[in-house]
Every structure is written in structure tokens, then in C-alpha cells.
Design a protein around this ligand. Structure first.
Ligand code: ADP
Ligand code: MG
Length: 142
């Protein structure tokens, strides 16, 4: 387990950029944290570091966004998932085989459908200071 604290969106982008330069193609990242914790912010920084200049948004109707950078990035946001059956219908496996990076917000909503070597990133917000604590750990360390 590695923990990193960030005090601004810029510091979160810096952490994401560091990981974008380290993680091999095929990595699947499961992001956990409340609404507003910084999951999308992290993915935006990750995308920028991959050379993606399209804006990464939290899609209202689409669940999966695909972006082309130095590596392809798949951004999956399961917040609006109605239930496990809908998760099954998304064909998530297709993204995990890819030569790109997949980053999933609210990944716990697809529990059981995710690959075994998942990289988990949990974001916790300190209410008083707004500081974010990022905890990074592999599925088998969970
Ligand atoms: P989520 O996707 O987890 O719901 P977002 O990334 O959309 O959250 O929003 C996070 C919000 O918190 C943004 O408005 C961002 O500017 C703000 N913020 C403040 N401090 C940080 C930080 N250290 N890291 C990430 N976001 C931060
Ligand atoms: Mg989000």
C-alpha cells in the first residue's frame, strides 16, 4: 500500500501524471471515493499526461469514454448504473483486454466483473483542510 496526500487539484494531476508514466498498458484502475473526492480530477490529470487534449468529462448518459493518447484511455463511470445486470451488459472485459489503460469510477458497482490484478485507488477527503489522501493497493493486497 502506498499513500500520497494532495492539497490541490494540481497536486492530484502530478500524482496522476507520475502513474501515467509508470503503469504498463493493460492496467485497470478502480477508483473509490465519495462524490467530489477527486476521481475524475485524477483521470483528467492521467489523460493529460498521456497527451490527450480532449476534455475528460463525467458523462451524463454515456458510461464509457474512449480517448486516444500515447496509450488509449478508457474512462468508465459506473455512478449511474442501475444494477449488476446493467454492468454485465456493458461488455467490460473488452476494455480490460485492450492495450490501453482503463480507469473506472465507482468500480465497486461492477464487483465480480473486474480483472484479478486490479490497481485500487481510494481517495479520502479531510473535511477540515480539504486534503485528499490517495491509497494505492493491488487487489491481492486488499
Ligand atoms: P469525483 O469524480 O470523485 O466525484 P471530481 O474529480 O469531479 O470528483 O471533483 C473533485 C473536486 O474537488 C473538483 O472540483 C476539484 O477541483 C476539487 N479538489 C480540491 N482539492 C482537490 C485535490 N487535492 N484533488 C482533487 N480534487 C480536488
Ligand atoms: Mg467523477
Amino acid at each position: 500500500m502506498r499513500t500520497v496526500q494532495t492539497h490541490s487539484p494540481e497536486e492530484t494531476w502530478a500524482l496522476a501524471a507520475e502513474l501515467a508514466n509508470e503503469l504498463p498498458p493493460g492496467t485497470v484502475i478502480a477508483l473509490h471515493g465519495d462524490l467530489g473526492a477527486g476521481k475524475t480530477c485524477f483521470i483528467q490529470g492521467f489523460a493529460a499526461a498521456l497527451g490527450i487534449d480532449e476534455p475528460i468529462t463525467s458523462p451524463t448518459y454515456t458510461i464509457i469514454g474512449e480517448y486516444e493518447g500515447r496509450l488509449p484511455l478508457h474512462h468508465i463511470d459506473l455512478y449511474r448504473l442501475s444494477g449488476p445486470e446493467e454492468a454485465l451488459g456493458l461488455g467490460l472485459e473488452e476494455y480490460f483486454d485492450a492495450n490501453g489503460i482503463t480507469a473506472i469510477e465507482w468500480a465497486e458497482r461492477a464487483e465480480g466483473l473486474l480483472p484479478p490484478d486490479l490497481l485500487h485507488i481510494r481517495i479520502e477527503v479531510d473535511e477540515d483542510s480539504g486534503m485528499r489522501t490517495f491509497s494505492l493497493f493491488r487487489e491481492n493486497e486488499a
